[in-house]
Design a protein around this ligand. Structure first.
Ligand SMILES: *Cc1c(COP(=O)(O)O)cnc(C)c1O
Length: 321
């Protein structure tokens, strides 16, 4: 609430932003400590500590922090060995990152339609899109509601262990069958961009299942430098490590995840209440008891024939702003 007031007083104007980044006092201390420490690159004490905190938040896994979630998707594409001619199954409705990351390695997206009640990939339609070239499936848990991960993982297994890359960028703090999002794929990715449930100003994470996978990722994310006393690189690598300073911001944020999730869940009830007597408007909730959403964003659909339309709702909100 305070952040929103600050934002209004800032004179920036415009629409209500869907997230006002909140930097707790403790984060400010960590940032200063990170600046004053001799370590500012991607393998400092704050990145190490923040990686452990992320593993704690999702309940396991081996975590590498990256400059953004899009970078983490690229790392996952490398680990899954994607290349030209490969096909990757994706939902037809999602943010662009997963499609752009796999395209960078020459693979092509194959889109599968979504379910009306979760807005996530329809697992029942995946099989019909699998070919001999399918080399990965990237389910996305949109707006905090988990994709049907059990069904998707069992299809991947049935078709020869197709790697599953779980895009949980919007679902940190959500769970499915009592297990936290960020642990359902062969690789899972998270986002700490400024508009996400917690932020490192810009950042992401790749969650691997094994220490070996993490070591391999660190190798490729640190310019693939060979184990030699001089600079020697026999493979192509990248510079994809989160800075120690960003990790300092993240460290304080990770302590407030539960609080942020609680506030978003309250916000969802607020919207549910506002629209409860207006027919034709659906405020998205968890589709069944298997899921607990962080309600990162509350979404509505408006049926044709409802007494409100998208356009007049938008106009009213701008006027009230
Ligand atoms: C935000 C987002 C990403 C990308 O995250 P960045 O950290 O901005 O690169 C990827 N996938 C989904 C579903 C997202 O919402």
């Amino acid at each position: 609430r305070r952040s929103l007031r600050d934002w209004k007083n800032s004179g920036v104007g415009g629409l209500i932003p869907f997230n006002v980044p909140y930097v707790p006092e403790i984060s400010k201390r960590y940032i200063l400590e990170a600046i004053e420490s001799s370590h500012q690159q991607g393998d400092g004490p704050f990145t190490a500590r923040a990686s452990k905190l992320v593993a704690d938040l999702v309940g396991g896994g081996h975590v590498l922090l990256t400059p953004s979630c899009t970078h983490a998707l690229e790392m996952a594409s490398m680990l899954a060995n994607l290349g030209p001619g490969d096909e990757v199954i994706l939902p037809s409705y999602t943010f662009t990152s997963a499609a752009t990351a796999i395209t960078k390695f020459g693979a092509s997206p194959v889109f599968v339609d979504i379910e009306p009640d979760t807005l996530n990939i329809n697992a029942d339609l995946i099989k019909s899109k699998i070919t001999k070239n399918t080399k990965a499936i990237i389910p996305v848990s949109l707006y905090g509601q988990t994709a049907d991960m059990d069904k998707i993982n069992s299809i991947a297994k049935e078709y020869g262990n197709i790697p599953v890359i779980e895009d949980a960028a919007e679902a940190l703090g959500s769970s499915y069958k009592c297990k936290k999002c960020g642990t359902f794929g062969d690789y899972s990715i998270l986002s700490f961009n400024g508009n996400k449930i917690i932020t490192t100003s810009g950042g992401g994470a790749l969650v691997c299942n094994t220490e070996e996978q993490k070591k391999e990722t660190i190798f490729y994310a640190t310019q693939a430098r060979d184990n030699a006393p001089h600079y020697q690189h026999s493979k192509v690598g990248y510079n994809y490590r989160m800075s120690n300073i960003s990790a300092g911001i993240g460290r304080g944020q990770m302590e407030v995840l539960d609080k942020h999730v609680g506030l978003r869940q309250k916000m969802n009830l607020f919207y549910k209440n506002i629209f409860k007597d207006i027919s034709g408007v659906k405020v998205f909730q968890e589709s069944n008891d298997d899921r607990v959403s962080n309600h990162w964003l509350s979404c509505i659909t408006i049926e044709e024939g409802s007494k409100i339309t998208k356009q007049n709702l938008q106009k009213r909100m701008i006027l009230k702003n």
